[in-house]
Design a binder for this molecule. Sequence first.
Ligand SMILES: *Cc1c(COP(=O)(O)O)cnc(C)c1O
Length: 421
Amino acid sequence: MTLSQRDQKSIWHPYTQMLSAPPAIPILRGQGAYLYSDEGKRYIDAVSSWWVTLHGHAHPYIAGKVSEQLLELEQVIFAGFTHKPAIELAEALLALLPEKQTKVFYTDNGSTAVEVALKMCLQFWSNQGQVRQKIIAFKNGYHGDTFGAMSVSGRSAWTKAFEDLLFDVMFIDTPNQDNLAALKTFISTHATDTACFIYEPLVQGSAGMLMHEPAALDELLVHCHQEGILLIQDEVFTGFGRTGRHFACDYLRQAPDLMCFSKGLTGGTMPMGITTCSAEIYEAFLSADKTRALFHGHSFTANPLACRAALASLDLLLQKETQENISRICKQHRQFRKHIQNHPKVKQIRQLGTILALEWETGTDSSYFHDLRDRLYTYFLENGILLRPLGNIIYLLPPYCITDKDLNYIYFTIEKALNIL
Ligand SMILES: *Cc1c(COP(=O)(O)O)cnc(C)c1O
């Protein structure tokens, strides 16, 4: 039996209709921006393997650091014990964030980083004897697949089967100069019993790389703070250079109370999530009453290997060469955007930093399940490129090590698709 056949016998894949999906492609190894299949085919990983791979696959520097760590300390309970990689990572990350972030809480993935942030906010108020349980979020937002994270995400086909079980959230539009006043009024109306506002800053990834302006978001955040509403900035996707700056918060003046990280955190090597928070949040859990503690943890909280991978990835991110690569990708994207924006099949093309999204003109139907999506996905694979369109939206999100040659080949292949498909 081939690997693919063995896979089909025993594995259930994420986000996959197993009846109709083509067999999964076995990948034997990865190097830089490339993935190599069992049939010897090479794919350019233009989506960073679900938005996580920052510096390319099997990076020798990260691999070396994780290997050393494996032989030193692979795991230790994180209640009552601590270790160097966790401490060093907390220090290194906080140094890059707005000053308001003062504490790091470790989990295993983006969804749990969001769960923790929500629990911190809700318990922040209950620890102080205040009833503030409402949550505000953006329409079309995405914050993960666990129940709390699903609840604060936009309702869609993905959440339909669970809809009655999800807690109520007030969904608002993303801000622009036209709707800001109305959004502020809405927020003020609900302010006294609202615990927090959770949002993807500047780019709503899963919704199709929808973008909004920093100035409008800033104004909305200021207003939430004036109304005493806590801010959870979900940078699970936007963190670590994706937007062209280290974090989306580097485009904003208003600092959030909590932040969530995962995806690129370990350079895409190991699963890990982080929730950071302000001193004010942290201090609301300090009490002679032991029941005011935050009762949350995971078996692998602050796994030393994942922390070591994250530290190595941060080393690489801060190197001059990586920063130059990020600028180079931004520039290349910009040029392609200008070149293609007037193509009749391009409904819209938008960019923030290394994130480029092209919306394909489909007339009326543009849902996630549009059949164009499957045709595009297959077409790019046949051309040696891994791209996973969200409905009629093709987005590019390459590892920072991708060469200009590969970028140009991807642009060329997209342009060809626009002309022939
Ligand atoms: C992917 C994502 C999550 C969930 O992260 P997982 O590690 O997949 O659970 C949360 N928030 C945002 C903004 C994301 O893009």
